[in-house]
Write a protein that binds this ligand. Structure first.
Ligand code: EPZ
Length: 423
């Protein structure tokens, strides 16, 4: 398995381009199941999760053409299977996003239950409850969700917990249901809005995306369209943390500062100088000193859980004691043990980690466990003295496009070491 070799202590400078959002691309690729006309999707990030989704849809018989710029042309009229196998779903939980579209368009779906993962149990009960409210017959047996529906009908759905992919699954299902659906306590993430905007371009009738109540009037069919994926706000935040932690100054292009409010305000609170334009963000921490900041994660527009590990790492090298509370997932602290191996002083009490800041971290051999935890280890390594090896970086490849190339462009001393081929 590949690993990353990082020499810390270099202040990052220069410019780098942000990729399309993973968490927009995945549901929008799945939405191609809702129409038998061609969809052209641009700014798709070149990520392992995206290639897994393309493989899943390809196995179902969809025709998919990807060009060298990762523009994806996809047509589902040749679909031959409504099955999402465990071997793929276990590597990428968001495969569950084919369930709603398959039920809405074809009335049948067999999708492996996504297991839990390092950060939590990750149940999908709310996805299933919502689809049942829309008239689907659903049983779970042998680790598979087996669902069918003559035609989904509109329903009032109250989500007990804010769920991003739950909202997305039900939103997609409702576009072709008979009648009106209201989703209450809906997720408000920009990626949900991006999906809704794409569905509206396909002819869906949707109001309220981005608020906690989304109203959908079902239609009989949806058209093909062309759509450009939103920039990735979490990749943006991750790179901003790298610039801040190395006391650098750099600019991130092809991003969108309007969906970064909670993140940018925390960087400003930490003492970073931030400048923004319509599609760029620049962070300047040269000759500065970081102040640790308290974080409590929450659904959008709150501080994103997907940035918690990165700010935990930032607080380790900042002045002062800080408290980081993870309120979305029950076990999103796998990075703590690895940061401690670098000399960070952190203590976990319940779902809050207490961080004694201002420590010189030292490089060490580390192991990645999940996507955002692995990103936080790379950040810590960039700020540390000495050399760090991060193993199991397939986790990081799931959510960051060629991270070592982009960081190298900013001056980081980082390279990918091909894993030893097992003899
Ligand atoms: C999405 O995951 C994102 N993934 C995650 O990003 C992100 O961390 C998460 O939303 C929260 O923002 C994609 O969009 C592909 P949830 P999702 O359903 O939808 C509970 C990354 O790093 N819940 O919003 O799976 C659940 O246990 C990934 O890019 C239920 O109880 O998360 C959790 O506590 C990681 N029942 C809370 O809701 C359900 O049926 C939020 O989970 C569904 C969820």
């Amino acid at each position: 398995m590949d690993k990353l070799l990082i020499e810390g202590g270099v202040a990052l400078h220069g410019e780098v381009t942000i990729s399309g959002a993973k968490n927009s691309a995945l549901p929008i690729l799945a939405s191609s199941l809702l129409s038998d006309e061609t969809m052209e999707i641009a700014n798709v990030p070149h990520l392992h999760d995206v290639t897994t989704t393309i493989e899943l849809l390809g196995r179902m018989g969809l025709s998919i053409v990807v060009d060298e710029k990762m523009n994806v042309e996809i047509n589902s009229s040749g679909i031959s299977s409504f099955f999402a196998p465990y071997e793929l779903v276990k590597t990428m939980r968001s495969s569950i996003l084919v369930l709603g579209p398959l039920l809405a368009r074809y009335g049948v779906a067999e999708v492996s239950l996504p297991g839990g993962c390092a950060i939590g149990a990750r149940p999908v009960n709310l996805h299933l409850q919502g689809l049942k409210a829309m008239g689907a017959e659903i049983k779970v047996e042998g680790g598979y969700i087996k669902a069918k529906a003559k035609r989904l009908r509109g329903a009032e759905i109250n989500l007990d917990v804010v769920t991003v992919t739950g909202t997305e699954n039900l939103l997609m299902a409702a576009t072709l249901a008979d009648g009106q659906t209201k989703i209450h306590n809906a997720a408000r993430e920009p990626e949900v809005v991006d999906l809704a905007n794409c569905l509206i371009k396909m002819g869906a009738i949707i109001e309220g995306a981005g608020t906690d109540t989304i109203t959908i009037e079902g239609v009989s069919d949806l058209k093909g369209t062309s759509y450009q994926i939103l920039p990735d706000r979490i990749e943006t935040g991750t790179f901003l943390a790298a610039i801040a932690m190395t006391r650098g100054k750099a600019k991130l292009k092809k991003t969108n500062p309007d969906i970064l409010d909670a993140i940018l305000s925390k960087f400003k609170e930490a003492g970073c100088r931030i400048a923004t334009g319509s599609d760029w963000v620049e962070l300047d921490m040269s000759n500065g000193d970081l102040n640790a900041v308290n974080i409590r994660t929450a659904p959008y527009p709150g501080f994103p859980t997907d940035m918690q590990a990165q700010f935990t790492a930032l607080n380790c090298v900042s002045n002062g004691t800080s408290f980081v509370t993870e309120s979305v997932f029950e076990n999103r602290f796998m990075h703590i043990l690895e940061l401690q191996r670098m000399g960070a002083i952190l203590k976990l009490e319940g779902n809050t980690v207490i961080i004694e800041g201002k420590n010189r971290l030292t490089g060490a051999p580390l192991m990645a466990t999940d996507l955002r935890a692995s990103a936080s280890l790379v950040l810590a390594a960039l700020a540390a003295d000495g050399t760090t090896e991060v193993e199991r970086i397939y986790h990081i490849d799931r959510g960051y496009e060629t991270i070592e190339e982009k960081l190298s462009k900013l001056g980081a001393r980082i390279r990918r070491m091909p894993g030893r081929i097992k003899s």
